[in-house]
Design a protein around this ligand. Structure first.
Ligand SMILES: [Fe+2]
Ligand SMILES: [Fe+2]
Length: 245
């Protein structure tokens, strides 16, 4: 492996592009160097690369069934953690690769990607903040209320017109935005792509799309039903409190 070029290593397994990036190596700048040369230049060892690689694999495992049985605040913590990974890790790398696409043959595709990607990222970050600031905050308060029955503060009135049901109904929006990227890239099809940067980009986009789907599935199938249930219970508790008085 040491004597292989960066380009051939990345070609064999695209995840190495990101692992190298983690160590400050821009794979497209060093594509013709051997791994041995790059390791010497950046003062890293092959073992270190491998351990980050292993780490990436285990981080990606999402146990949907296990999450189903966790308390809702743990599910929310998990979702928030994924948001951080998207914002701090996945999206910056994708943008970096898009912005460094230079020697491509199809410039139309390059221009389209440079136009669409930042728009997608902006909308996606907006979506994440809306979830964290409104939905998650509201659900955590509902959960807290149901557990403590402290009637001093009412989450139902505190979040005014915010509606879980409305939010859930429009939740497919970010997948629709990703559909534009799927269209431009012919569903991330790399069969006829020889350019290593573009290949890495398509593979990374595909993997990001998949992780986004898994993430949305947790929100749709675990978070929303339980949030609606908590809202219903809160309403009933306040109702019976009013009837008692
Ligand atoms: Fe989310
Ligand atoms: Fe979402």
């Amino acid at each position: 492996m040491q004597h292989k070029s960066i380009e051939s290593i990345v070609n064999e397994n695209f995840v190495y592009a990101k692992v190298l990036d983690f160590f400050g190596v821009e794979f497209y700048q060093s594509r013709n160097k051997t791994l041995e040369q790059v390791c010497a230049e950046y003062n890293i060892t092959v073992d270190q690369l491998k351990s980050v690689m292993e780490n990436k694999k285990s981080n990606q495992a999402i146990d949907f069934l296990a999450l189903k049985n966790y308390p809702i605040r743990v599910v929310i913590e998990y979702l928030k953690h994924s948001h951080q990974v998207f914002i701090k890790d996945s999206l910056p790398f994708l943008l970096k690769v898009v912005n460094n696409l230079d020697t491509m043959t199809s410039s139309e595709l390059q221009e389209d990607l440079k136009l669409v990607m930042p728009m997608f990222v902006e909308d996606f970050i907006h979506h994440i903040y809306e979830e964290e600031d409104k939905l998650f905050a509201y659900v955590l308060e509902l959960d807290h209320f149901v557990n403590t029955k402290n009637y001093a503060s009412n989450p139902l009135t505190k979040y005014g017109s915010f509606s879980i049901q409305e939010f859930a109904l429009h939740h497919h929006d970010s997948d629709d935005e990703m559909a534009g990227i799927r269209g431009i890239t012919n569903s991330y099809n790399t069969q006829e792509i020889t350019h290593v940067q573009l290949k890495v980009l398509f593979k990374e986009l595909n993997s990001f799309d998949q992780r986004l789907k898994d993430h949305a599935r947790i929100e749709n199938d675990i978070l929303f039903p339980r949030a609606l249930e908590l809202e219903k219970r809160t309403k009933l508790l306040f109702q019976s409190k009013v009837n008692q008085n």
